[in-house]
Design a protein around this ligand. Structure first.
Ligand code: 13P
Ligand code: SF4
Length: 356
């Protein structure tokens, strides 16, 4: 069973900022990089970046002893890293997850305006009412949610482990309430056969990928394989040779026997894909372009808010610290920690960037 019970939660165009990518010349990049590396050392800080951030940030994270990965692995790394300050280059839920798991650490973000359409499309009060209306269901929320929504959940999930977790719950006879991404939830339901009730939210980046355009592109590149993040619509997923998390997609690019890949996820991932498979060719899956319904054109407007300039500013002037209400934090920590323990017990903690 796969039912959608909540009302649609999509952002209006004015809620989605333009995607503005930081442009730096060589001298500015070198100067900022040096300055940030010094500030990181002086402040006992470690930079943890998501695969969708700029190549400059990812290179800096790698070169300064930090980390670049997917959302689950970023959370795990934060708990193992000894630094007293974590700089999370990603979106707000990633910073909040880091703070929830490491309340004693200072967690900073280059830009606190870096939201996520899934998080914004799941207001905590409405979500709590939805859960109250279905008390017989195990509440599983995607990492891309606020601390208050996590506080209402039994489990947190990420795309890297959602199938494993829901298969496990289904085998225990549990019915699932899944939020907020309906595409990811529908894919999980289809793959596991579990009884899943869906919240109707979506990612503005992934929901824009188009199956029609993808079919045309496949025909133009007959040898290409298609890699899709499961936040994409079902008709796009149906055309995929591989469906999985960002780490899974990078690994697939390296291991699958093709020289060309069409990729349906944020194009920030191309940096690590090219590192992992330098001789292969990567093509963006079509979104329909600005004139159609493409809001982001395959690059998350909120991820793009992270840059070297904003990172330097935050280290120099302070501010942009993540705070989570202690009561909410305590409750939100449970579903996250439960997932990390589950992942460890399955030995399914997603491979880090060194393994991708
Ligand atoms: P991953 O957990 O696969 O990194 O995805 C996070 C995300 O925001 C995808 O849009
Ligand atoms: Fe959220 Fe989509 Fe951006 Fe990921 S790509 S952070 S799901 S808006």
């Amino acid at each position: 069973m796969n039912a959608v019970a909540a009302r649609p939660h999509r952002l209006t165009p004015d809620q989605v900022p333009d995607t503005v990518v930081e442009v730096l010349d060589r001298d500015e990049k070198a100067e900022l990089t040096e300055r940030i590396r010094r500030l990181l050392r002086e402040q006992d800080a470690t930079l943890v970046a998501h695969y969708y951030t700029s190549p400059e940030l990812q290179e800096l994270a790698d070169a300064s002893g930090g980390y670049v990965s997917d959302s689950l692995d970023m959370a795990r790394f934060g708990t193992e890293c000894a630094s007293s300050t974590l700089i999370v280059a990603g979106v707000r839920f990633m910073g909040e997850t880091a703070k929830i798991l490491n309340p004693e650490k200072r967690v900073l973000m280059p830009d606190l305006g870096a939201e996520c359409s899934l998080d914004l499309g799941c207001p905590p009060d409405e979500f709590a009412a939805f859960c109250d209306a279905h008390p017989d269901r195990e509440v599983v929320v995607y990492a891309n949610t606020s601390a208050a929504v996590k506080a209402r959940a039994d489990w947190m999930a990420t795309s890297g482990i959602a199938l494993d977790l829901v298969r496990h719950l289904h085998a225990e006879g549990r019915k699932i309430l899944w939020a907020p991404d309906r595409h990811l939830g529908a894919w999980v339901q289809k793959e596991t056969g579990a009884d899943v009730l869906l919240w109707d939210g979506a990612c503005v980046v992934h929901e824009a990928f188009k199956a029609d355009g993808l079919r045309v592109l496949k025909a133009e590149h007959p040898g290409a394989m298609v890699l899709v993040h499961p936040e994409s619509p079902a008709d796009v997923i149906a055309l995929a040779d591989f469906v999985g998390s960002t780490t899974g997609i990078i690994k697939a690019a390296k291991e699958l026997p093709a020289d060309t890949f069409i990729v349906a996820t944020d194009n920030g991932i191309f940096h690590k894909m090219r590192e992992a498979a330098p001789h292969k060719t990567f093509i963006e899956a079509p979104t329909g372009g600005k004139g159609a319904t493409c809001v982001s054109c395959a690059h998350c407007p909120w991820m793009a808010m992270n840059g070297l300039r904003s990172l330097a500013r935050v280290l120099e002037r302070g501010g942009n610290e993540i705070h989570v209400d202690p009561t909410i934090r305590e409750r939100a920590a449970r579903p996250i920690q439960r997932l990390l323990d589950f992942a460890r017990s399955r030995r399914a903690v997603v491979l880090g960037n060194n393994d991708a």
